[in-house]
Write a protein that binds this ligand. Structure first.
Ligand SMILES: NC(=O)c1ccc[n+]([C@@H]2O[C@H](COP(=O)([O-])OP(=O)(O)OC[C@H]3O[C@@H](n4cnc5c(N)ncnc54)[C@H](O)[C@@H]3O)[C@@H](O)[C@H]2O)c1
Length: 414
């Protein structure tokens, strides 16, 4: 039996993930009646018990307020039958040949179509390869379905979703005026500014956003490696060039540029360009090469005889998300090159990790993998060598680099 369609009903497909859940909570807090449809039973249960399946600042409090009134999580696609708006945020990974995979997205759209009523608005929110919105639009039109299709990319940074979702301008796009109007009407209930683009422009806008960030980090990481490889302290130069010099304001600090989005989206843009996105390729080599650079530096400290601790395994500070984290790449390299690798993180669930105390006490060398706030005032005994690519502990900076410089005969200004 087809349920009565309620014009306020939103279903988010992939609703218990990093993008879907904060969006669902925010929409529910604005009075929308939201169902979070997911295939992960554990996450659905966690959300329905009022807990977040991952760290997201401020989200759990609001989740508890809206749960059971305007928000619920479910495994049952029948919820789609009453949806006026369906938002799809399933993952869009790249494959082992570095090409975007859309099977998950196509499969999910094909699957949900049998439940969605004509007249509904389907918003694609996953980051997609340019042209995918048109493919989906044409597939649905070919089926003779009267469903409005829009592409409205998510641009939040994990961890800041609750703040950014209601602050950042929302890009909306569609092939038809009705779909564009409806997506504008949806998002204007949570954001102050709507920006309209064509679907292809919007797809590129999202990929440009993440690739731009990734390229910026690569510049800093490349400069870091250049300076440190000749025994200089990168951050002395960094501080000199950024001080009272407005044109260097966007110069990022060095650090692991990782996570589920930046590399993947640079790869999506690269595949779209027919592998002619040379800057993107260079950025990948630089950013993915940073753990290798650390290993090369540490070799001069007789690495094979040393126990190395990695503090922080999440891909970024204060997160529990380890997807595509470069700390794990470093761990793999250390397992080959060092006497022992001890990894620790206060938030990442992984049975291979050890406690912070053990990592510090048993190691000779400590690498800061992730600048979690809880590490800010950490006491590290002075005899330990510290590698801090982030300059998170300026007072400890240079311990390893100084020793390396001495070992390779380089000079280092102190
Ligand atoms: N994580 C971010 O910060 C971020 C930011 C902007 C955009 N994005 C994009 O958003 C998309 C989703 O990313 P994410 O980080 O939220 O991923 P995620 O893995 O955290 O969430 C995806 C969710 O979809 C569920 N799912 C998978 N297949 C499903 C299906 N067929 N039906 C219902 N649910 C299904 C999964 O169980 C999971 O809960 C990706 O395209 C990503 O590039 C992510």
């Amino acid at each position: 039996m087809v349920e009565q369609k309620n014009s306020n009903n939103v279903v988010i497909v992939g609703g218990c993930g990093h993008v879907g859940l904060p969006l669902g909570i925010v929409l529910a807090s604005q009075g929308w009646s939201v169902a979070l449809l997911d295939i992960d039973a554990t996450k659905v249960e966690t959300v329905n018990s009022g807990r977040m399946p991952f760290r997201e600042e401020g989200a759990e409090t609001v989740l508890k307020q809206v749960l059971g009134t305007t928000l619920k999580a479910t495994l049952d696609p029948a919820c789609l039958r009453s949806a006026a708006v369906v938002i799809s945020v399933v993952g869009t990974p790249v494959d082992r040949h570095l090409n975007p995979t859309v099977n998950e997205l196509y499969g999910s759209v094909d699957n949900i179509l049998q439940y969605i009523n004509d007249g509904a608005l389907l918003v694609l929110r996953s980051t997609v390869s340019p042209g995918i919105t048109r493919v989906i639009y044409e597939r649905i039109k070919l089926l003779g379905r009267d469903i409005d299709i829009a592409f409205c990319p998510e641009r939040i940074a994990e961890g800041n979703a609750m703040e950014e979702l209601v602050k950042l301008p929302q890009i909306v796009s569609a092939f038809e005026p009705r779909a564009l109007r409806r997506s504008r009407e949806l998002f204007i209930t949570i954001v102050p500014t709507i920006i309209e683009l064509s679907p292809l422009e919007a797809e590129l806008a999202k990929l440009f956003t993440n690739s731009w960030r990734y390229l910026n980090f690569a510049i800093s990481n490349q400069f870091y490696m250049l300076a440190e490889s000749c025994g200089l302290d990168f951050y002395r130069i960094y501080e000199a060039v950024t001080r009272e010099y407005p044109r260097m304001r966007s110069f990022a600090r060095a650090g692991f540029a990782a996570g589920p989005c930046l590399l993947k989206d640079t790869l999506q843009l690269s595949a779209f360009s027919g592998n002619n996105f040379f800057l993107g390729h260079a950025a990948m080599l630089v950013n993915e090469g940073l753990p290798n650079f650390i290993i090369t530096q540490l070799r001069s400290l007789d690495l094979a005889t040393k126990t190395v601790a990695i503090l922080g395994m999440a891909f970024k500070g204060d997160s529990d998300d380890k997807r595509d984290s470069l700390s794990y790449k470093l761990m793999k390299l250390l397992l080959i090159e060092a006497k022992e690798a001890l990894c620790t993180d206060p938030y990442v669930p992984d049975p291979r990790l050890v406690s912070l105390e053990e990592a510090i006490s048993r190691s000779d060398i400590i690498v800061l993998g992730t600048p979690h706030s809880v590490y800010r005032d950490l006491y590290i005994p002075p005899e330990k060598t510290v590698v801090d690519i982030w300059n998170y502990w300026p007072e400890r900076r240079g311990n390893a680099a100084a020793a390396t410089a001495e070992a390779v005969g380089g000079t280092r200004r102190s």
